[in-house]
Design a protein around this ligand. Structure first.
Ligand SMILES: C[S@@+](CC[C@H](N)C(=O)[O-])C[C@H]1O[C@@H](n2cnc3c(N)ncnc32)[C@H](O)[C@@H]1O
Length: 198
């Protein structure tokens, strides 16, 4: 099944909203396909992005963290128990409940992640903690990195010189699909050798 068909199925048949634009999920798919497993995610929500990473790289273990703070607003009747519902039966996907500030440090101690997707809290202190806790992961994607979002934290992070690598916004191409949502910006920190970078 193509990525777009999968996203259509999630929206139209299963009724779950997307948090990212189609273009951003395409970038996530492309990057997860070629990244070194295992993968880490902050912000599981219903599991759309975890499902995309799994579809791109089916054998990769994925550890996804959520503190259950954000359910219901975008889907009437949704409950915290809907966290990760789209990936609950996938053996490679491991749901971890808790605040990323507490859970991520333990996970990075136990696993050598090749890719992280940060899409949890957008509070500056939380984003800074997520960035700091993932600073040894070679490829880190940050969603909603547009102005007023985690980009502010990224700038602080850079000016503190905690990371030396540049981050850049992935190009946000438009799509004609009727269910696309606004592009909020997906940034990538790629700490690998130049010739390996996405
Ligand atoms: C925008 S949604 C994630 C969407 C998901 N990545 C996707 O594309 O399907 C953000 C999620 O982060 C969770 N969250 C917010 N603050 C968090 C924190 N401090 N630690 C862990 N999860 C958090 C919320 O409960 C929510 O489910």
């Amino acid at each position: 099944m193509s990525l777009v068909s999968l996203l259509k199925k999630i929206i139209h048949e299963r009724g779950y909203p997307l948090s990212m634009s189609i273009e951003e999920y395409k970038w996530l798919h492309r990057i997860a396909r070629d990244a070194e497993p295992p993968f880490l995610e902050v912000g599981t929500h219903y599991g759309v992005s975890a499902l995309i990473m799994h579809t791109a790289n089916p054998t990769a273990p994925i550890y996804t963290v959520d503190n259950l703070i954000d359910y219901g607003g975008d889907k009437p009747g949704a409950m915290p128990s809907d966290c990760g519902i789209l990936v609950k039966n996938i053996e490679q996907v491991h749901l971890r409940i808790g605040d990323s500030k507490q859970v991520v440090p333990k996970l990075v101690e136990e696993h050598s992640f090749g890719l992280a997707l940060l899409d949890g809290s957008h509070w500056k202190e939380d984003v800074l903690a997520d960035l700091k806790n993932t600073e040894n992961i070679p490829v880190v994607l940050i969603h909603d990195a547009g102005a007023g979002g985690p980009l502010d934290a990224l700038e602080i992070f850079q000016s503190l010189d905690i990371i030396h690598q540049q981050f850049e916004m992935l190009p946000a191409a438009k799509t004609d699909l009727p269910f696309d949502i606004d592009v909020n910006g997906l940034a990538i920190i790629d700490r690998r050798n130049k010739h390996d970078r996405f």
